[in-house]
Ligand binder design. Structure first.
Ligand SMILES: Cc1cc2nc3c(=O)[nH]c(=O)nc-3n(C[C@H](O)[C@H](O)[C@H](O)COP(=O)(O)O)c2cc1C
Length: 190
């Protein structure tokens, strides 16, 4: 099984990436193969709403998103990881999501989705915010839920930590990373 993780923080080994590392340790302990891609390392534009994808379901903007579409089609599970920015996702993840407008056309206009709904291909969401407001992680999770619905992924669960700002502070309480590890094991073995 191949799980693809997309991280959306510009901070290397910040809180969300540490959380993901433990989640992936859990996944790998169950024998899965994983690949992680840092969206911040890619060059891609926001959706241009040109609608040139409408006849084919394929985005015409030639940038690094073209590397990701086949990887999403090929993976057996997807994990999306973002810090909370202004009560929502980071721009890196929101831009990625908007670039799936072509898959909206593929599903609803062309009736040719790239992932079949009956596969029930699983997805998971990890996020960390500095503040204790639950609404922020809820609003981020809802957007990821809409994305999963459009691309026919089944959002199996999420892990949202609040109250961590300094890079690495999430690891100050080992129970956080242990929880991520156990969630990874459960995700891989459910
Ligand atoms: C531009 C920006 C906006 C942020 N907005 C919020 C916010 O609205 N709510 C919140 O709880 N934390 C906010 N934060 C704090 C980050 O979510 C927090 O530092 C998180 O731990 C970062 O994860 P990372 O280390 O993986 O990047 C913001 C940080 C930045 C840089």
């Amino acid at each position: 099984m191949k799980l693809l993780a997309l991280t959306a923080s510009p901070r290397k080994e910040g809180n969300t990436e540490l959380l993901l590392r433990s989640f992936l340790d859990g996944i790998e302990s169950a024998g899965w193969e994983t690949e992680t891609i840092r969206l911040n390392d890619l060059n891609y534009r926001p959706c241009q709403a040109c609608d040139r994808c409408a006849p084919t379901g394929k985005c015409v903007v030639q940038d690094d998103m073209q590397l990701l579409y086949p990887k999403i089609i090929a993976c057996k599970a997807l994990v999306l990881v973002t810090p909370i920015y202004f009560g929502s996702l980071s721009a890196q993840l929101k831009m990625y999501i908007d670039r799936f407008q072509c898959w909206w056309h593929a599903k609803y206009n062309l009736n040719k989705p790239f992932i079949l709904p009956e596969e029930e291909r699983p997805a998971y969401f990890l996020t960390v915010g500095a503040l204790k407001n639950k609404e922020y992680s809820e609003s981020a999770r809802k957007i990821v839920g809409v994305y999963c619905h459009i691309v026919n992924l089944k959002l199996r669960g999420s892990l949202c930590f609040r109250g961590y700002d300094e890079p690495g502070s999430i690891a100050g309480e080992p129970k956080n990373l242990e929880k991520a590890f156990q969630d990874g094991v459960a995700f891989a073995t459910e």
